[in-house]
Design a protein around this ligand. Structure first.
Ligand SMILES: Cc1cc2nc3c(=O)[nH]c(=O)nc-3n(C[C@H](O)[C@H](O)[C@H](O)COP(=O)(O)O)c2cc1C
Length: 204
């Protein structure tokens, strides 16, 4: 049975945000094309500095084994060990230079993060799940997928339907069922000066 790990919150949040989490177990089930398209549509409508939309995604699905194996090959061993069950893998890239004049775009990573957050929440809404990974080799990804200068491979995202934790190795199963942890609000919501918890955050 897929696991639900709903966020334990200090204040009410939208159900979708509470239900999103990052599993490592996936069902052996392809993701429908129309659903995949909806995820990128959700990413498309993220806000971005100057409406630059400095993001791109390179997709690999189980249906195209050569392309999929290429994506797997850029992952670190630990991630490859579980992500090879995800029916879809995608490389997320940020355009770190403005299109019009090539100046550095300081907010490219911020904007890509917003797009991938949209994508992840849309996945949750469709019964799918995402697991983002920093554990991959950006240089290998650049070469494998002919990424041009000015674009930075930032993460690989595993996507699919959530699977049974019992399908994992025992070590990963333990991590899968572990309680979700977050810093309390007063550790990062300040007022007046750095490090002074905002009264609204301290009072919950
Ligand atoms: C940018 C980014 C990189 C991550 N890299 C990895 C990774 O390489 N391997 C992994 O197993 N999980 C990775 N994660 C998943 C995080 O560990 C996970 O999001 C975090 O523990 C919070 O758990 P939750 O997403 O279930 O709420 C990454 C998440 C993000 C957003």
């Amino acid at each position: 049975m897929p696991l639900q790990k709903i966020a334990e919150t200090q204040a009410p949040i939208h159900d979708l945000i509470g239900r999103r989490w990052s599993p490592r177990a996936f069902l052996n089930l392809p993701v429908e094309t129309d659903k995949l398209l909806s995820l990128f549509e959700a990413a498309r409508w993220a806000a971005s500095s100057n409406n630059e939309q400095p993001w791109a995604f390179i997709v690999a699905t189980h249906d195209d084994p050569q392309n999929y194996e290429g994506m797997l090959s850029v992952l670190v061993d630990f991630n490859r060990g579980w992500a090879n069950k995800a029916p879809v893998l995608m490389l997320a890239l940020a355009h770190t230079q403005f299109e019009k004049d090539g100046r550095p775009n300081r907010h490219a990573y911020y904007d890509l993060g917003q797009a991938t957050a949209n994508l992840s929440l849309q996945a949750t809404a469709l019964g799918l799940t995402t697991h983002q990974m920093a554990g991959f080799n950006p240089q290998a990804a650049r070469e494998r997928f002919a990424v041009p200068e000015g674009w930075e491979p930032v993460s690989v995202i595993a996507l699919g339907y959530p699977g049974d934790p019992d399908s994992l190795t025992e070590t990963l199963r333990q991590r899968e069922i572990a309680r979700r942890e977050r810093k309390p609000l007063e550790k990062f919501v300040f007022e007046g000066a750095w490090g002074h918890p905002a009264p609204i955050a301290g009072s919950v």
